[in-house]
Design a protein. Sequence first.
Length: 320
Amino acid sequence: MIQNMKYLLMSLFLCLSISDCKPAKLIENKPSITAELTTMYRAIGNKCHDDVSKNFDHLASKLLLPKFRKAIGIERSSCDRILKRVIKNKMYTYYFVNARTKYIDNTLEMALKKNVTQVVNLGSGYDSRAYRFHKKYPRVSYFEIDMPHTINEKKKRIKKIYESLPSFVTYVPVDFNKQSLFLELLKSGYNKNKKTFFIWEGVSMYISYNAFKNVIINVKKYSHKGSMLVFDYFIKDFVTFKIKNQKYAYSSKRAEKIGEPFTLGLTANQCKSLLHKNNLSVIEDIGHKGLYQRYYSTSKNADTARVNPWHRIVLSKMIK
């Protein structure tokens, strides 16, 4: 049993150190390990920070499989012990994922206050925003999109928490290798004439530029003026190794080792130009310094928190 737990921890830390192993979402015959690991980050971030830097995903630990909860000791270990594991096991993206969770929560709430009535999560995994925000904003509809096995697994876990599936969430299983994401979304009751908040979290760095561009084009094609899109991306000079960084090199090497390399890096100008061509105005393009300043600089974790310099987050708005 102890040996099995050690093996599980080693596997988790290997995968966690390579920026959430997002390509696992494309595995057709089993639920996404990526979704599990991202949820584990959120669970740690909800428990192990002060009010300045903690995320408010109180459902993350409930959505984790029991073996994952045990592996990190979320229910029994002290926060100091858990965060020491984060540093010791080179979980370089932990602090970014925690900040990203807070950032998207904050921007989503801002949009909901401005009467956005639909939320679309493009690769939802075990994201809990629909369930956390519903009580405060009961008229909002949510569409959660992911691979079929991940969607089915999530529905099982939601039923365990709430006994039944909520009426305000529409689950949209999509085989990304064979089906059109946005056509499946339309078939599921999505209304392109309503203001929508699109969440596209932890995906762009694993796809081609054409695939990235097609999502942006389709957001323009199938959304109303005032809709918003938030997504994260890697900086191009890190992906091409023009900038030498030991931590990025380590993460990239691990990604290649499991056969899922980082494939896309972008410049801020590339992002801005593509978004502008598709009637999306950049509200903010924030990097590691801005995220650290906003979420960690005045917290008790200020001395140890490190947000990776190759990550950025963009918030944009449909203007036509």
